[in-house]
Write a protein that binds this ligand. Structure first.
Ligand SMILES: [Fe+2]
Length: 315
């Protein structure tokens, strides 16, 4: 019978604590051909406009206003990689399986292993995104709505992970993010939070998984970084998402406070109905993100970016 080596080096502690606290695990996917330089250049050659973000921001401070949206136009994947090496840009590639179906197969392999390794872990939705980023670039303090893991492929970065409770995770801000009314980095940050941060120096072949909605921020080492995220919804995470949406509607439109977090029973079903009614009333369309794009990636320009006339791009 054919057997394949596990993707993750599991042990009983990691299985028992998965999802309950920030964990660092060892994996072997940094050696996978889908993450070779050539494979990434091919992906960058072919990625559609709706399937990437490229940003730049100040690398020396936590300055949300310095964060800008850009575009990749008329460049080969190799040229984009050159801009990453010499510049200050951060590229997020969404849905890489649209270019290369192998990424979806790998994602399925990863989740098959997670479901096998962790008792009771069942997902209803999974997604992979690839991050290619310049030396010293940051990802500012934020939280994500799905369950999430960060896998390091090349380079190294410091990842600060914070508790998923107030004041680190502001409930009203989380609700606005869940509703699509605010960007993830709108989560309030205070330097005092660092006292409670768990800081990881993430190296190739290491992966982080943190409890749901745990805020985190990232600072690249002085080297090009290649990482990818895997994200998922379990039935419980899906319910938490609906509860946060409903609580956001109740807080914003009805001035409610002290909102319950129940994910079962009559309170939950009433909230689910509220979210459905909210979406049916046309509010779903407001969830489209409108980006103000004002730079183009340019390997020959300082910081790898060239100013362009600003325009809006809805996604
Ligand atoms: Fe994140």
């Amino acid at each position: 019978m054919e057997t394949t080596a596990p993707i993750i080096e599991w042990n009983p502690r990691l299985r028992a604590q998965f999802g309950l606290r920030p964990l660092q695990l060892n994996h072997r996917l940094h050696l996978h051909p889908l993450f070779s330089e050539a494979a990434l250049a091919r992906l960058l050659d072919q990625v559609g406009r709706e399937d990437y973000y490229v940003n730049t921001m100040d690398v020396t401070s936590h300055n949300l206003r310095s964060r800008r949206e850009g575009e990749i136009r008329a460049l080969s994947g190799e040229q984009v990689m050159e801009a990453v090496r010499s510049g200050q840009i951060w590229i997020l590639l969404l849905r890489p399986h649209k270019v290369e179906p192998g990424y979806r197969e790998l994602l399925q392999e990863i989740y098959a292993e997670l479901q096998h390794a962790i008792p009771g872990f069942q997902t209803k939705f999974e997604m992979m995104s690839i991050l290619i980023s310049s030396p010293k670039i940051q990802v500012y303090y934020h939280c994500d709505i799905p369950g999430q893991s960060l896998w390091q492929v090349r380079g190294h970065k410091h990842v600060h992970v914070y508790p998923n409770r107030p004041p680190f995770l502001d409930q009203a801000a989380l609700e606005r993010i869940a509703l699509g009314q605010a960007h993830e980095i709108s989560l309030p940050y205070d330097e005092q939070f660092e006292q409670q941060a768990t800081v990881f120096d993430l190296q190739p072949g290491q992966m982080l998984h943190w409890p749901l909605n745990s805020p985190h921020r990232i600072v690249n080492g002085d080297c090009v970084n290649v990482s990818f995220t895997t994200e998922h919804f379990t039935p419980t995470i899906r319910r938490m998402f609906y509860v946060n949406c409903a609580n956001g509607i109740l807080r914003n439109h009805f001035g409610a406070k002290h909102l319950a977090q129940d994910t079962a029973g009559m309170k939950y079903w009433t909230k689910l109905a509220l979210v459905a009614a909210y979406k049916l009333s046309g509010n779903k369309s407001k969830r489209r993100k409108v980006l103000k794009v004002d730079f183009a990636v340019d390997p020959s320009a300082p910081r790898g970016i060239r100013d362009i006339p600003p325009y809006e791009f809805a996604r």
